[in-house]
Design a protein around this ligand. Structure first.
Ligand code: SF4
Length: 86
């Protein structure tokens, strides 16, 4: 489970430091994958994970996070504080 969430960070030109998925919440709806296919993927248990922290630009990341019906996608700012969900 947690091993899917690779401890990578986003590039310095992003206003986000990293994106995480709470797999205990994820219901495998895959809207995040539809919005940002180079960033998110479903694992064998139908739980999303971040396959590439830099797989989408900031706007797309936020769109994907907002598309998640259970708000399982957490977006952190440069200061380490959670920016979404607020
Ligand atoms: S949109 Fe949310 S519930 Fe659906 S796969 Fe992505 S993280 Fe999971």
């Amino acid at each position: 489970m947690a091993e899917d969430n690779k401890q990578e960070v986003r590039k310095a030109d992003s206003k986000f430091s990293k994106v995480e998925i709470d797999q205990s919440l994820c219901i495998g709806a895959a809207s995040c994958v539809a919005v940002a296919p180079d960033m998110f993927e479903l694992n064998a248990e139908n739980k999303a994970y971040v396959k590439n922290q830099n797989g989408a630009d900031d706007d797309t990341v936020m769109l994907a996070a907002k598309s998640c019906p259970v708000l399982a996608i957490k977006v952190y700012g440069r200061d380490g504080k959670q920016m979404f969900p607020e």
